[in-house]
Design a protein around this ligand. Structure first.
Ligand SMILES: Cc1cc2nc3c(=O)[nH]c(=O)nc-3n(C[C@H](O)[C@H](O)[C@H](O)COP(=O)(O)O)c2cc1C
Length: 218
């Protein structure tokens, strides 16, 4: 199924939608949004993201109550609870990643052994993150970015949200202790008017050349 607009148009048209029509997203489009969202990269291909797809009115109301009553949680036909599972360092999970690589003929024995020793070491030493929550967020949000852009390419609007109480969401949706709730994404067809585009800082403002703070000349 081909998107109706190209990548640049999808990126430029995406806005955080705060109000949605009741129209359902066709299942084939939901499937494609998730399938392509899952193509995001991850360290050692561990893919720690997990998504709870909430569609029932009852569960959306439950989620809205955990999300400061934000109306888009109830109005959107589909709401994703985007989680990151810290248990991907467990040996049986690492073996499943190795198996997946073998099925794709992208894994040899040496690399499999490398992963078996490197992933536990990464989680133990944490050279590039302070907490495992930072690590799960790093990965899950990449997948979230992918799927919001894919959604837009099929004309599906979205709203990423951090306005929720984690403990309440975890309890209400039976999310295990070792799993982090990274964000919620409401998806559907926005009802106008959109909140106005807030603008973005320029390349020169946020990109540096060679060292932090130094002017970047294109
Ligand atoms: C991680 C994250 C959390 C956000 N949380 C909320 C939220 O709880 N409620 C909301 O209405 N918008 C939320 N937003 C949407 C932002 O306000 C919005 O993306 C930003 O103002 C830029 O607007 P735009 O996405 O329309 O360009 C969130 C966005 C991100 C990326």
């Amino acid at each position: 199924m081909e998107p109706s607009i190209n990548l640049r148009q999808a990126i430029e048209r995406r806005r955080a939608a705060r109000a949605f029509k009741s129209d359902m997203i066709p299942s084939v489009i939901i499937q494609e949004i998730l399938r392509l969202g899952l193509q995001a990269p991850s360290g050692y291909n561990l893919q720690p993201w997990r998504f709870i797809v909430v569609r029932s009115q009852e569960n959306k109301q439950k989620l809205k109550a955990c999300a400061f009553d934000q109306r888009q949680v109830e109005e959107a036909p589909v709401v994703l609870i985007c989680c990151g599972d810290r248990r991907v360092n467990q040996s049986d999970y690492i073996e499943s990643v190795i198996e997946l690589g073998k099925e794709q003929a992208a894994m040899n024995d040496a690399y499999a052994d490398f992963i078996r020793s490197s992933v536990p070491a990464l989680f133990e030493n944490r050279p590039s993150f302070d907490s495992l929550e930072a690590w799960t967020n790093r990965h899950t949000m990449l997948s979230v970015a992918y799927l919001m852009i894919v959604a837009q390419s099929y004309g599906v609007d979205s709203c990423p949200m951090e306005g929720f109480v984690t403990t309440q969401v975890k309890e209400a949706f039976k999310i295990p202790e070792e799993v982090d709730v990274c964000c919620i994404v409401a998806m559907g067809y926005a009802s106008e008017p959109f909140k106005k585009y807030g603008g973005r800082f320029s390349i020169q403002t946020v990109c540096y050349g060679e060292t932090y703070g130094d002017f970047f000349e294109i």
